[in-house]
Design a protein around this ligand. Structure first.
Ligand code: E4P
Length: 217
């Protein structure tokens, strides 16, 4: 499963990228606001930092303007995935951008039927939001499982990009279901490395090693 970082914070992206485990980045208008930097400047910097896809989101709702925005975003770098909302106009835009060979991430997906539409529109990525789904009393992971089944039934090439990931269990469940990508904040990624038994085990080994008086180097 690929790991994307869900942020527009370049310092976090650099830290995560230094692990060698980062496959891409997703941003959205709220994350751009949080970063407090010029949209084009920050997206270009991220795209230069990371080899994999970097999602840059369109903000208009009508097809014509969204398409123009999509082309403009795609011009920033070769690894830009234009993010469009899962609306009728968003999917029209997806189809048109894909026809030009531009990567497209269809976002704000909350149903398996929406994911089916996105795959038919040729989306490179579909972003179902599991955390926001959980927030309103639905099981976000059930949605991922349904989309996996549908995409496998028809051999769709659209990658399932699990979004709105809030904790390590979302990552684990995504991997068990066979999602292609999970995107999460740096705080969630850091948690994946930790286990109390690893910490305790290391402390025990440190103590015993110190008592031997040996040195490896
Ligand atoms: C994904 O591409 C979205 O940017 C993101 O995962 C939304 O997460 P949130 O629900 O925590 O805002």
């Amino acid at each position: 499963m690929k790991f994307f970082l869900d942020t527009a914070n370049i310092d976090e992206i650099r830290e995560a990228n230094a692990t060698g485990l980062l496959d891409g980045v997703t941003t959205n208008p709220s994350l751009i606001k949080k970063a407090g930097r010029d949209f084009f400047e920050v997206i270009a910097e991220i795209a230069n930092e990371v080899d994999g896809p970097v999602s840059a989101e369109t903000v208009s709702h009508d097809h014509e303007t969204m398409l123009k925005e999509g082309f403009k975003c795609a011009e920033i770098a070769d690894n830009i995935a234009v993010k469009v909302p899962l609306t009728l106009n968003g999917l029209k835009t997806c189809k048109a951008l894909r026809a030009e060979g531009i990567m497209v991430n269809v976002t704000l997906c909350f149903s398996a039927n929406q994911a089916l539409l996105a795959a038919k529109a040729g989306a490179s990525f579909i972003s179902p939001f599991v955390g926001r789904h959980d927030d309103v009393g639905f099981d976000g992971m059930e949605l991922i499982s349904d989309i996996r089944t549908i995409y496998d039934n028809y051999d769709f090439g659209t990658e399932i990009l699990v979004a709105s990931v809030r904790h390590p269990t979302h990552v684990l469940d995504s991997a068990l279901i066979g999602a292609d990508v999970a995107t999460f904040p740096w705080d969630v990624m850091k948690k994946l490395f930790n286990h109390p038994l690893t910490t305790n085990g290391l402390a025990g080994f440190d103590k015993d090693w110190a008592a031997t008086g040996f040195s490896i180097l």
